[in-house]
Design a protein around this ligand. Structure first.
Ligand code: ADP
Ligand code: ADP
Length: 229
């Protein structure tokens, strides 16, 4: 499960201003695709369409062969986890943030909620020493720690498809490296879309799509793109 396909997708936020102009690509289940390209190319828009914040004005988006406009919002959101570009945490405890606006969770509730194989990766994604911070109010988290909470929150539902939208771009390079290791770990065996502008964040991608002005300018493996360039 987790085959994602864009088929000749067109999209515009405003009628006279096309943003995506016939985008096609497929991501085999369990592999990682990096989407790179200049600012304004339409990278985040792809993620928003996959999550159905908006619907395409033309073409299809399919998950495991099924048109996403024909599945329920609930099952789509169970299948996909997003770590958005601008993570906003509630001004509350880590537990509350991980519970995502539901009950403030205790450490054991958190462990209970992260079932099975997800648990190790989930715990690994949390800030170091999180156990003592789970219920603490007025936390001062660093940018990297906030990002870890956002990643863990997304992992809690163990989504077969994970979208990381510039998930480390706002961090300094040392923090970025540390979080990158966490992300590589959580991406393993999951269909993952990494939206990135720093090449350092995509070294482990199986395939790369270069998006430019709403079109796929190039796509392939690292080696194929190097040969073509
Ligand atoms: P990228 O992620 O590659 O930087 P985006 O997908 O964020 O690009 O944006 C692509 C284009 O769509 C940009 O020109 C941007 O200004 C425009 N855009 C993004 N969001 C909206 C919106 N909500 N309404 C109108 N235009 C938007
Ligand atoms: P979940 O289904 O995991 O509970 P949501 O569907 O509420 O999560 O949102 C997933 C992520 O997308 C959240 O981090 C949220 O901040 C972000 N998000 C929600 N709505 C929008 C939107 N309209 N545009 C961009 N990002 C959004």
């Amino acid at each position: 499960r987790g085959l994602v396909a864009f088929e000749d997708v067109h999209f515009a936020y405003e009628p006279e201003r096309p943003i995506l102009n016939g985008v096609s690509f497929a991501i085999p289940p369990g592999t990682t695709l990096a989407v790179v390209g200049p600012s304004g190319a339409g990278k985040s828009t792809l993620a928003r369409l996959l999550y159905r914040f908006y619907d395409p004005t033309g073409g299809d988006i399919r998950i495991d062969g099924q048109d996403i406009s024909k599945v329920t919002q609930g099952s789509l959101r169970a299948a996909i986890g997003i770590v958005p570009q601008d993570t906003v945490l509630f001004n509350d405890t880590i537990g509350y943030n991980i519970g995502y606006g539901r009950e403030a969770a205790s450490e054991s509730e958190i462990r209970g909620a992260a079932r099975g194989a997800a648990i190790d990766r989930f715990i690994a994604a949390l800030p170091q020493g999180y156990e003592s911070m789970v219920g603490e109010r007025g936390l001062k988290l660093s940018g990297g720690e906030k990002q870890r909470v956002a990643i863990a929150r997304t992992l809690l539902k163990d989504p077969p498809i994970l979208i990381l939208d510039e998930a480390t771009s706002a961090l300094d390079s040392r923090t970025e490296e540390a979080i990158q290791a966490t992300l590589d770990n959580v991406a393993e065996n999951r269909t993952t879309i990494i939206i990135a502008h720093r090449l350092s964040t995509i070294v482990n991608a199986d395939r790369i799509v270069v998006l430019d002005a709403g079109r796929v300018a190039e796509s392939g493996t690292h080696a194929e793109l190097l040969r073509a360039g």
